[in-house]
Design a protein around this ligand. Structure first.
Ligand SMILES: [Ca+2]
Length: 439
């Protein structure tokens, strides 16, 4: 993916709500890269900023010392760091545009990535198989996550993780996160896993080939080759085992798949297509859902699954099992987990998606999402707030609108639906709420 990719926990901790329409992580993943390329004019820091940072860091150092981190570690990690203007810029960045899920998947599962992934799967077969024996996670998933996180180790982020986390920690909207992670990062140095200058990562502190944030590293990283260092930066055994360990601890079910594409029956209630609505296979089978290849879902009472339709009724639907949920622990985005799953399938020439994506539709921009919510509410379908986030309330309002207008109520916001409700509501030049959404 890119050098500024971050991780599941981060997203979770930052309370970024998943957007069903598009890539929820835009603020932390693709968009910052784009913004870096576009803007070379990072704000320069004043002397007052530098002094404020130095005072904060001095105090933080005392706190760290009080938790038992040695003077030697603190000297090596904190002596020569400064607030990083790039990190400040990326932390403040709010993306206006996001990709529709199919565009994200096109990039994530490109032919080049599949080809490279297959070659690496073959090259590291022995090591990956050993790791599988210990953790129960098949090689193709480990390679798929490796590909998604860092393009197989090619892009691990060029930031000094300690400096990036100190920059986040001293002030701003991710200060609590930055402080917690900085303390954990210092602990990693103290433990002797990696020296401070070698601890590189993304602007948000996701480190190494697994892109673990420091707290995740402390809990899940593995010293697979037993050389005394948990090295997710350069040691592939440690990289694969750390990923496998994380998935195993997240509830990986051995010898089971992530899920499968399904076809939904006419009249299916799309309110049920929600990764949190888990039912038994027997219940799903009774709804008339089949696998996409036409075979029937076994009516099992003792296996559960959820159903997702990431692009509404016009796109493919998937039944997802426990392993999909384990991948979501790695990165709490449905699109991410789907990309890992489909990439893993392609690495062994598995089934491709049978249904087509609604490529004629586009994802709404932030401005348009605000407009969409305002106009739906105006029409009497209350989205319970106008915040630009198309969450459960907006989906429910949209489904009510679709039902009232004899459309398939999938709750999936599209450009064409926006145009339709524009025609029914306010003049297009009506000012939008907020007034501060010019980007
Ligand atoms: Ca090691």
């Amino acid at each position: 993916m890119n050098a500024f990719k971050t991780r599941a926990h981060l997203v979770h901790m930052l309370k970024i709500t998943a957007l069903p329409i598009a890539i929820a992580l835009a603020g932390l993943t693709a968009a910052p890269t784009q913004s870096l390329a576009q803007t070379q004019s990072q704000p320069s820091l004043t002397e007052a900023d530098q002094a404020e940072f130095a005072a904060w860091l001095k105090d933080f150092r005392k706190q760290a010392r009080a938790t038992g981190i040695s003077k030697k570690t603190l000297d090596s990690a904190l002596s020569d760091i400064h607030p990083n203007p790039k990190v400040i810029h990326l932390n403040n960045f709010q993306p206006e545009h996001s990709k529709p899920v199919w565009e994200y998947l096109d990039g994530a599962i490109s032919d080049a990535r599949v080809t490279k992934g297959k070659a690496l799967l073959a090259e590291h077969h022995a090591l990956l198989s050993e790791v599988e024996k210990e953790y129960g996670v098949p090689p193709r998933y480990l390679v798929a996550i490796w590909g998604m996180e860092t393009s197989f180790g090619a892009f691990t982020g060029g930031f000094n993780a300690i400096e990036a986390l100190a920059t986040l920690g001293y002030k701003g909207k991710r200060a609590d996160f930055g402080r917690t992670q900085l303390m954990a990062a210092l602990q990693i140095v103290e433990n002797g896993d990696k020296s401070a200058p070698e601890m590189t990562g993304s602007w948000a502190g996701a480190m190494g080939q697994t892109q673990f944030i420091p707290t995740t590293f402390i809990t899940y990283a593995v010293d697979y080759d037993r050389d005394g260092h948990r090295d997710i930066w350069t040691n592939l055994g440690d990289v694969f085992a750390s990923t496998a360990n994380y998935l195993e601890k997240s509830g990986w079910e051995q010898d089971r798949s992530w899920g499968r594409e399904v076809t939904l029956p006419k009249g299916f209630d799309y309110a049920l297509a929600d990764r949190n609505k888990v039912k038994t296979l027997a219940e799903w089978s009774a709804q008339g859902i089949n696998f996409a290849n036409g075979s029937e879902i076994p009516a099992l009472e003792d296996r559960t699954a959820a159903v997702i339709a990431p692009a509404g009724h016009q796109g493919p639907a998937f039944m997802i099992f426990g392993n999909f949920r384990a991948i979501l622990r790695y990165n709490n985005s449905t699109s991410y987990a789907l990309a890992v799953s489909l990439l893993a399938d392609q690495l062994i020439d598995g089934e491709k998606i049978a249904a087509t994506w609604p490529r004629h539709e586009r994802a709404l921009s932030r401005q348009e999402r605000l407009e969409f919510q305002q106009r739906l509410t105006e029409l009497g379908f209350d989205t319970k707030g106008i915040d630009g986030i198309l969450g459960a309330n907006t989906q429910a309002a949209l489904r009510a609108y679709q039902r009232a207008n004899n459309k398939i109520p999938d709750g999936f916001a599209t450009g064409s639906l926006l145009e339709e409700i524009r025609a029914l509501t306010l003049p297009a030049d009506q000012p939008l709420p907020g007034g501060d959404v010019q980007e």
